[in-house]
Write a protein that binds this ligand. Structure first.
Ligand SMILES: Nc1ncnc2c1ncn2[C@@H]1O[C@H](COP(=O)(O)OP(=O)(O)O)[C@@H](O)[C@H]1O
Ligand SMILES: [Mg+2]
Length: 362
């Protein structure tokens, strides 16, 4: 992987508060990297360090092989798009797009060419003479992206660009950003707290918590093999179901908990190999089989339906097993009702085990 951006031993503190601690990250040329985490985990801070909007406390940042740690934002070859659009209200769309280029002394013909191209890609040609007040939120955000696009930068940085838009527009513009990336092939770093945005857009996701990267992997890998219990619970909605128990490697591997003993043959242990002792078993709602499908599962139990949430495309149900409540995902056409009893089950391959003490995947 040819790195486009390398972050080395980055520390950032606000006064006595350490926000980023010895953070290391390599982002490949043309990669779409998403920084995902709950509010306050340090995503914007990290992005602002790359952009040069914050002075780092320690460490280095390289862009395209150049050490830019102390370089001005405008010299870094980056374009940034914020949640708040940050357009100049008194200028037209065209003015907003050309302002930076004119200031940089770019020849008129080239400016016109770049604006024409950006407007075409983003489908904002009919809007060029309007002012931001006469645009919808989605159009304003397209203009904000356009402003990064005309600068012909190597790297795009997005900080929650879709958070101010309503749900339908968010989905549309999300697909457009993905298409833009497929067309341009630029390196992109995209900050969000929205797991759907992260899963749909990213080549790789960096999941952050408390200023640390907990896992850096493809969306598929993060979904299938979360590195720890926090990541497992963060990705997926409803969240993964967890059972607290013990892994017993005495004979064939078994997970024992109050709901029963679950055969673990077929479970793919991590690189360190099988590990016994106190653990959590996690299973996603969509990996719990029910009815006839459950009959073929080596792990089975009886459940009582407590709550049903029809979503159209599928149906969510909260079911009770002993004292435990679990979420399961059923077909959208399911006619189950509260009070029904179901046989549920799963295959050990679909489960994940986490050490009780470290919460790391076993
Ligand atoms: N200028 C600042 N001064 C002091 N603390 C800040 C400042 N900016 C951010 N923080 C703190 O740093 C942490 C990370 O913030 P931020 O990077 O904005 O989080 P995120 O973008 O993931 O929501 C938060 O705890 C926040 O309160
Ligand atoms: Mg933020």
């Amino acid at each position: 992987m040819e790195p486009s951006i390398s972050i080395r031993h980055l520390d950032l503190s606000f006064g006595a508060v350490d926000v980023l601690k010895d953070l290391n990250l390599d982002i490949g040329k043309g990669e779409f990297l998403v920084l995902l985490g709950s509010s306050g985990c340090g995503k914007s801070t990290l992005l602002n360090c790359v952009a040069g909007l914050l002075d780092v406390s320690d460490g280095q940042i390289f862009i395209s092989g150049r050490n830019v740690t102390w370089e001005e934002p405008s010299k870094r070859g980056i374009g940034m798009v914020f949640q708040s659009y940050a357009l100049y209200p008194q200028m037209t769309v065209e003015g907003n797009l050309t302002f930076g280029l004119k200031n940089a002394g770019m020849p008129r013909a080239e400016i016109a060419e770049r604006v024409e191209r950006a407007a075409r890609i983003l489908q904002i040609e009919p809007l060029l003479k309007r002012k931001p007040a006469a645009l919808s939120g989605g159009q304003r955000q397209r203009v904000a992206i356009g402003r990064a696009l005309v600068r012909d930068v190597d790297v795009f940085l997005f900080d929650e660009p879709l958070s101010n838009l309503d749900a339908k527009l968010r989905t549309d513009l999300r697909a457009e950003i993905k298409e833009l990336h497929q067309t341009l092939g630029n390196t992109m770093i995209y900050v969000t707290h929205d797991q759907i945005e992260a899963m749909t857009l990213a080549d790789r996701i960096a999941i952050m918590r408390g200023g640390l990267i907990l896992q850096l992997d493809s969306p598929k890998e993060i979904y299938n093999r979360p590195a720890n219990k926090y990541v497992a619970g963060f990705i997926g909605s409803p969240s993964m179901n967890f059972f607290e128990g013990v892994v017993d490697l005495g004979g064939a591997p078994v997970f024992s908990c109050e709901a029963g003993d679950f055969d673990l043959s077929g479970y793919e242990f991590g690189a360190a190999g099988p590990q016994g002792g106190p653990a959590w078993l996690g299973i996603r709602p969509e990996h719990i089989a029910h009815g006839p499908d459950a009959a073929a599962c080596p792990v089975r139990m009886e459940a009582t339906v407590r709550l049903v949430e029809p979503l159209g495309s599928d149906t969510l149900a909260r079911v009770q097993v002993g004292e435990r409540l679990l979420w399961i995902r059923l077909d959208g056409q399911s006619s189950i009702r509260p009070g029904d009893t179901l046989t549920i089950g799963w295959h050990a391959e679909r489960a994940n085990l986490f050490d009780s003490a470290t919460e790391n995947r076993i």
